[in-house]
Design a binder for this molecule. Structure first.
Ligand code: BGC
Length: 724
């Protein structure tokens, strides 16, 4: 449809029809749904008239596959007066049915191509099942591992998050939403700064300066939009005292005006009505008013708009123009997706059966799981010699809970458990014994005794520990981020046996590793590795694959340090400054300032030697960039991948600058003995930051470039930005 046709469609719509177009309801409200009529739980409080259901604009959580999507759309089009098709939206976060590692794990791959591929596959599986829009990517910057949703993000760095945001958007949307019906529109979330909830407690207050917002938190959302992301979702939290969903400054002034975003803005689930408990709206009418003023087009799963906007338009309180603009954005998205020509779009039952969970998709998931795992420690016990007798101990030894949160459609039964992944690699099943040892949070003497027996008979213990999926994700916050006590007791018991211990961790957040760090000879952070998890870990443990992941989020020494992140400021009294007095410096008396494991950190089975770090010049100008080069040699005996990282520090800014900021990285694949020269260009653009008046520019003066294998172990090179 051209825009003229869309306008005439809009002109034909009654005010009721327009307002209902702004409503999003879950599948149970719709005829043709497998859950039709199951208006229970949180849905029960919603009283939606039949007429509003007939005119609803979009569906949430289309999870019944192509058949259901087609049935709902058919039934809808029969009743909808103007034949406006429904939009189907769902949370396709790290895979549809073929589940990839959780996003935080994908962040640790630093592999943008593989990340893009995972989104392409997720889109293919979802589109063929009738989904049009995914509520992804989630690009909230995260610094507090207590927050359960850190697993949905790619970590603590604005630049890395931005790169992944773009890769995911490219993967989901492809190049042509209208004609490539195996793509889906993306929705970046949660705008804005949801990751900064105080105390790491979900839905909690966010309080930060506009500078910090712009400097650290906004860049990844912006990157997604620059890549053409079609939709934005509001955050639950407040931003500068006003809930994001009713925040005119954030949504109208910044998102729409300053950034020029003209796509669809959707509230998060119930976030319009939540303005009442937040304390900025007296009732639903006021909540509706504030959200529409802020430019929220779709209200997800509450009915403030349909129940109150009409009156407000009729009384002149709300301009009808605002409603028209929102409807037009929604119709435009429907048109971009080709729904007016083909309301069923990619939905195809036969193709769905063929495509979903295909061998190719599983293989891609396995490869990404290998690249997302991070080897945290290795005292030479890995890779495991296949002749060794292994006791596989722990609640994750034979568990399908390897998919992680936000994988509703993934099948735990079809997921590869660690036991099966290891067994597939071994010459004889006699060499592998599994014993649970304990449950995730509880245990019995019998379980422990069984594990001790298995371990005593083995040459090596693989301890499969972690958090149940429900312990992270939305509303999955923890104040104590160690492994559950019973698992630490199991680890201590295994340690007494004096055998090599390899810990494999399944979890959704950086953990406090007390109770496992000292006790283990090697630790592999597997996160929630997805459908092919067991196979991928088998590949790594037996050395068929070499781990290459590097942490996208710091592992704290203990929770008392949190938030702890590499790109912090120096303070006026840093530790270790030449004239620092020992006591009166910025430090804890009982723990180090540094995290246990820094951002960018991860080991390999081979080693990489860095040498000849050089700068092409000691000065640069706005038009004459510099080149940093470094030689990296695989100095070990196994082929491997290395992620070479470039950081920069501005020595003296108008406002304080981070100690280091990631500016670029390169992933190398090197054979034993092979050497490569890596070059990074430093441009003036990379040196810009937000000044006191928030203007974004660079300063003439001194800088340091840092190159290395992680954010801690770097080589420094000084340079200066000078006038032309
Ligand atoms: C979450 C969103 C999600 C939405 C729809 C909310 O509770 O915060 O991330 O997209 O539900 O399922």
């Amino acid at each position: 449809m051209n825009s003229q046709k869309l306008t005439s469609l809009l002109n034909e719509m009654t005010l009721d029809e327009k307002i209902a177009q702004l409503l999003q309801l879950a599948t149970p409200f719709f005829e043709g749904s497998k859950d039709e009529g199951q208006i229970t739980g949180p849905l029960a409080s919603m009283n939606i008239s039949d007429e509003n259901i007939i005119n609803t604009g979009s569906v949430l959580g289309a999870s019944g596959g192509a058949k259901e999507a087609i049935n709902i759309q058919k039934a809808h089009l029969k009743k909808n007066r103007l034949g406006i098709p429904l939009l189907f939206m769902a949370d396709v976060i790290h895979g549809y049915k073929t589940i990839f590692p959780v996003p935080l794990a994908i962040g640790c791959s630093w592999d943008l191509d593989k990340a893009q591929q995972s989104a392409e596959i997720a889109a293919k599986e979802a589109a063929v099942a009738g989904v049009h829009v995914t509520f992804s990517p989630m690009v909230d910057l995260v610094r507090d591992p207590r927050w359960g949703r850190v697993m949905e993000s790619t970590g603590e760095d604005p630049f890395l998050n931005g790169e992944f945001a773009k890769a995911f958007v490219r993967g989901f949307q492809g190049k042509d939403l209208k004609h490539n019906t195996d793509s889906v529109a993306a929705c970046v979330k949660h705008f804005a700064a949801y990751g900064a909830a105080e105390g790491g407690r979900d839905y909690n207050t966010v309080n930060m300066s506009e500078r910090q917002l712009r400097e650290s938190y906004l860049p990844a959302y912006k990157a997604a939009l620059d890549e053409g992301c079609e939709m934005v979702m509001t955050a639950f939290n407040t931003v500068d005292g006003i809930p994001a969903t009713g925040n005119v400054k954030l949504m109208r002034d910044l998102l729409r005006e300053e950034w020029g975003f003209d796509g669809v803005l959707i509230s998060d689930w119930g976030a319009v009505k939540e303005m009442i408990p937040h304390g900025v709206a007296e009732d639903e009418a006021e909540a509706a008013y504030k959200a529409i003023q802020a430019g929220v087009d779709i209200e997800m799963m509450t009915s403030c708009y349909v129940d109150h906007l009409k009156k407000q338009v009729e009384s002149g309180k709300v301009e009808e123009k605002l409603i028209d603009e929102s409807v037009m954005r929604i119709l435009t998205l429907k048109d971009k997706l080709g729904l007016f020509e083909n309301p069923f779009r990619g939905a195809d039952e036969a193709l769905e059966n063929e495509l979903v969970m295909s061998e190719d998709h599983r293989q891609a998931a396995r490869e990404l799981a290998v690249k997302s795992s991070v080897l945290l420690k290795n005292n030479g016990v890995l890779p495991i010699n296949r002749e060794k007798k292994i006791a596989l101990v722990g609640p994750f030894a034979q568990s399908g809970d390897v998919l992680g949160p936000w994988s509703f459609l993934g099948s735990k039964e079809k997921a590869v458990q660690l036991y099966d992944g290891l067994l597939a690699k071994m010459n004889s099943s006699l060499l592998l014994t599994a014993a649970k040892g304990c449950e995730i949070e509880t245990g019995t003497e019998e379980q422990l005794a069984e594990a001790v027996k298995a371990a005593k008979e083995a040459d090596l213990i693989v301890l499969a520990l972690g958090e149940a999926s429900e312990m992270s994700g939305e509303a999955g916050c923890r104040a104590d981020i160690r492994l559950p006590q019973i698992q630490l007791e199991l680890a201590a018991k295994m340690k007494e046996l004096d055998k090599p211990i390899v810990a494999v961790l399944f979890n959704g957040r950086p953990l406090d590793l007390h109770g496992i760090w000292e006790e283990s000879d090697a630790i592999l952070e597997a996160w929630y590795p997805g459908t092919e998890g067991g196979n991928a870990i088998g590949d790594i443990l037996f050395g068929d694959a070499n781990p290459s992941g590097k942490l996208a989020m710091s592992f704290p020494h203990s929770v008392g340090q949190v938030p702890v992140y590499y790109n912090h400021f120096n303070t006026g009294r840093p530790q270790g400054a030449p004239d620092a007095q020992e006591r009166y410096v910025s430090q804890y008396l009982d723990i180090p300032n540094e995290p246990l494991l820094p951002f960018g950190y991860g080991l390999s089975y081979t080693s990489f030697a860095y040498s000849n770090e050089t700068l092409s010049d000691v000065t640069m100008t706005a038009t004459k960039p510099l080149t940093v080069s470094v030689e990296v040699q695989n100095s070990g005996s196994m082929a491997g991948e290395e992620i070479v990282q470039l950081y920069i520090r501005d020595i003296s800014g108008e406002v304080v600058r981070p100690m280091k900021e990631l500016k670029s990285f390169k992933k190398l694949s090197l054979q034993p003995g092979e050497k490569a020269t890596v070059e990074f260009e430093i441009t003036e653009e990379m040196l810009r930051y937000h000044h006191a008046d928030l203007s974004f520019k660079s300063d003439i003066g001194k800088f340091i470039a840092f190159v290395g294998p992680n954010s801690r172990d770097t080589v420094e090179m000084a340079f200066e930005l000078v006038n032309e």
